[in-house]
Design a protein around this ligand. Structure first.
Ligand code: ZN
Length: 285
């Protein structure tokens, strides 16, 4: 409890008020779940058609056509990646980590979807395989692939440390998008958004509910695989925090590259796949 609340009187029925049972904010039973059997059949036929290396403490971009799969692969050593996704044909539609968290959970895995921002609000990608799916939640409440963090950024770093660091994930994502679009870095910065923290192991401390990180359980060969529900432009930063076991926003941690692999399946197997349209709601004046 904040020390500033110590003098706030506790009502007589405080225990009863605290004992009220929680209800899930967004029951997802009405959502049509992705048919993973179709995706499994498709991924059994897929062939690699491209790959991109993300150097340590840098970012890079990649494109994934609708109906293709992509994998973020750990190579060389444990490394966390910060992922941004856009509609490849319209940068104003982008990954919405907050609503993805509200619809699924604090951490995502196979069968969960990455949703786009309002007003589109549709699945951009469906997680089709996660070699860290065994992890679940540990004794500290930590899990992998979170949508609770934001991205390490030079502004927060300056606020907390008073110094400037130019390879935070925010900076890496901005530089990668600027390079991809051939645009000025300041012009593309507003497109960079809260990330999926791939391979990062995080949670909230039990006592103070503060955001924590701990050494990622990822090892070389592990991957997180997704199915592109729309044409995607992705940007991935190999976080300067490395496995995020100690610190970030500096050159202290040991960092490794990440690899992104693009796969094309037999598209005939996806003939009945319900590729999503933008949300149909029309805002009223
Ligand atoms: Zn980072």
């Amino acid at each position: 409890m904040s020390p500033f609340n110590a003098h706030i009187p506790v009502p007589a029925d405080a225990a009863a008020r605290r004992a009220m049972k929680p209800v899930v904010c967004y029951p997802v039973e009405s959502l049509v779940a992705p048919d993973m059997r179709i995706l499994d059949r498709a991924r059994a036929t897929m062939e690699k058609v491209g790959e991109v290396i993300v150097p340590p403490r840098e970012g890079n971009t990649f494109e994934v056509p609708k109906g293709h799969f992509f994998r973020i692969v750990s190579v060389e050593g444990p490394q966390v990646g910060d992922l941004n996704l856009w509609n490849a044909n319209d940068l104003s539609e982008r990954f919405f980590s907050g609503k993805t968290r509200a619809l699924h959970a604090t951490h995502v895995t196979t069968g969960n979807r990455l949703w786009s921002n309002l007003p589109s609000l549709r699945p951009m990608a469906t997680i089709s395989h996660d070699t860290l799916g065994w992890y679940g939640f540990d004794e500290f409440g930590g899990g992998v692939h979170d949508v609770i963090g934001t991205r390490c950024d030079p502004y927060t770093n300056r606020l907390l440390s008073g110094s400037d660091y130019h390879h935070c994930c925010h900076s890496n994502l901005c530089r990668a998008l600027a390079h991809h679009t051939g645009t000025d870095i300041k012009a593309v910065e507003p497109h960079v958004h809260d990330v999926l923290n791939v391979f990062m192991c995080t949670g909230f401390t039990r006592d103070t509910q503060q955001y924590f990180m701990k050494a990622s359980p990822v090892r070389p060969g592990d991957f997180l695989e997704m199915f592109a529900e729309i044409d995607l432009l992705g940007a991935l930063s190999a976080c300067p925090g490395g496995d995020c076991s100690t610190s970030h926003s500096s050159d202290v941690a040991k960092c490794y590259p990440l690899k992104v692999e693009i796969y094309r399946p037999d598209m005939a197997l996806l003939a009945d796949w319900p590729f999503p349209e933008r949300n149909g709601y029309q805002l009223q004046v």
